[in-house]
Design a protein around this ligand. Structure first.
Ligand code: SF4
Length: 484
């Protein structure tokens, strides 16, 4: 999972990119970068660094990032090691292209080998680099210089033909002699992207970002989500120019609503906070039908709060903060290696004994991937004096790995896969493994009712919207193993 933003305006964009990246910080904390282009397209500037945005791109670096077009990125590695050389945005010298993305290119190795055969070599293990190289190579084959939107479309069709996987991409380059922000998405639109505008006439500026929170902080108005399989060309003061490449069944990632996106974002025309309330309401029905008795509802902060509030309301129970979160420690799930995850949890959550001691706690969390974090959270509750712990998860069991940009374990690491049988049997065995009194998942049918519409839910139902062949799976799994 990563976050991106691109802005084209009539003024300097680097300071606003910096602010937008801070709004997207939850999407990746490994490294961050900003790259800009001068209005004449002759000079490019970039600063990339490790860590969160303020550390990775210090204020003094912003003064060096000149130009009215720029793109920014926060990275959590799904392919590659999370080293500085893997930090985005990337730059290709000829004809001068900046590029960043969110997603996962599933045929990365094949692209790398194919580029090598053409004597084009990669400097990183980041999967947007071969996409950028393919695009630049195809663009230069279309015309050596003075590129047009038609040339870019020809190159994008080539990219579409060669590149597999999920991608929402922003790029900056000169087209028709003008600084142009180019946006394109994979044909299923798996990873999110949203377009916004601000101002009018010649002052009209455009933004494209992973989530609407980046628009909100800068006063941009949300316009639309670029369609899957579509390319948009954006220039300051002009309306967008759109071209279709190809489109398949829309399949936006359902996990954005469950866990990844900020609750104040809007994704797939729907507020993420509302989605989490709906998931909580649906889960409350199942908890009630199982006759689970509790005294207090406690969310695992922060993602589970809306669902916990909805469950408490539906069941007529009080909702309380059972943990105080240390906001200055990292987000455990997206910290890149197992050791960091374990030590980070100790830093992160401190139980609030007054709300827990002697009570039957209904603990609400968004999902279970490996199960290690929840086992430790349960231990924290017991140590703090909870009489019983009943676990409620506002998603179905995660049974399949994600190959589309979410670092969601290999098959053998997925907690729910250890337990055979139907949902009831799985819940009983999983509760015993986590040492809680009961465990209630949201059935997949209930999730589909709460969040209607076409979606990718492959990590729950195994129905992958894009084919990922055995070699590609193996290569992604190997990469994850090396990182853990
Ligand atoms: S497999 Fe799961 S996490 Fe991955 S894109 Fe699909 S719904 Fe999202």
């Amino acid at each position: 999972m990563c976050g991106f933003v691109g802005i084209v305006a009539s003024t300097q964009v680097a300071p606003e990119l910096h602010i937008a990246l801070q709004a997207l910080q939850h999407r990746g904390q490994d490294c961050a970068g900003i790259a800009t282009m001068r209005a004449d397209g002759h000079e490019f500037f970039a600063h990339r660094g490790l860590g969160q945005v303020p550390q990775a791109i210090p204020a003094e670096a912003l003064a060096t990032l000149d130009g009215p077009l720029g793109i920014g990125h926060v990275r959590y590695p799904t392919i590659g090691r999370g080293l500085l050389r893997d930090a985005q945005p990337f730059f290709f010298r000829q004809p001068g292209v900046l590029m960043a993305h969110n997603g996962n290119v599933t045929n990365y190795q094949e692209l790398r080998d194919s580029l090598r055969e053409r004597s084009i070599h990669l400097l990183s293990q980041c999967d947007v680099e071969p996409v950028m190289c393919e695009f630049a190579d195809a663009l230069n084959l279309a015309r050596r210089t003075a590129h047009t939107i038609d040339d870019a479309m020809q190159a994008l069709r080539e990219v579409r033909r060669r590149v597999q996987g999920s991608y929402s991409i922003v790029a900056g380059l000169m087209l028709d002699g003008r600084p142009t922000l180019m946006v394109f998405r994979d044909p299923n639109g798996i990873r999110p992207a949203v377009l916004g505008q601000r101002g009018s006439g010649e002052e009209r500026a455009w933004i494209c970002a992973s989530e609407t929170v980046a628009l909100d902080v800068l006063g941009f108005e949300r316009v639309e989500e670029p369609s899957p399989g579509e390319a948009l060309f954006l220039r300051a003061g002009d309306p967008p120019i759109r071209h279709a490449i190809d489109q398949a069944q829309r399949a936006p990632c359902v996990f954005e609503h469950i866990y990844f996106a900020r609750p104040d974002s809007m994704i797939d025309e729907r507020g993420v906070y509302q989605s989490r309330l709906a998931l909580g309401q649906a889960l409350a029905e199942r908890i009630a039908s199982k006759g689970i008795a509790a005294d207090v509802v406690v969310p695992v902060p922060d993602t589970a709060r809306p669902a916990a509030a909805a469950i408490a309301e539906a069941l007529g129970l009080p909702v309380r903060e059972g943990f105080i979160k240390n906001r200055y420690s990292g987000r455990t799930f997206i910290m890149p290696d197992a050791l960091t995850r374990i030590s980070a949890l100790r830093l992160k959550l401190n139980p609030l004994r007054s709300e827990i001691v002697g009570r039957r706690v209904l603990l609400v969390d968004d999902s279970i991937v490996r199960g290690t974090t929840l086992k430790r959270v349960n231990a924290l509750l017991r140590d703090a004096g909870a009489a019983e712990v009943h676990l409620a998860i506002h998603a179905p069991p995660v049974l399949h790995p994600c190959f589309y940009g979410i670092d969601m374990s290999t098959e053998e690491e997925l907690f729910a896969r250890r337990f055979p049988g139907d949902l009831d049997a799985l819940e009983q065995q999983a509760a015993a493994a986590l040492e809680v009194e009961s465990l209630t998942y949201l059935p997949i049918e209930a999730m589909n009712r709460a969040l209607p519409g076409p979606r990718c839910a492959a990590c729950f139902d195994g129905r992958y919207p894009q084919q990922v062949d055995r070699d590609q799976r193996q290569s992604i799994v190997e990469d994850r193993r090396q990182r853990d």
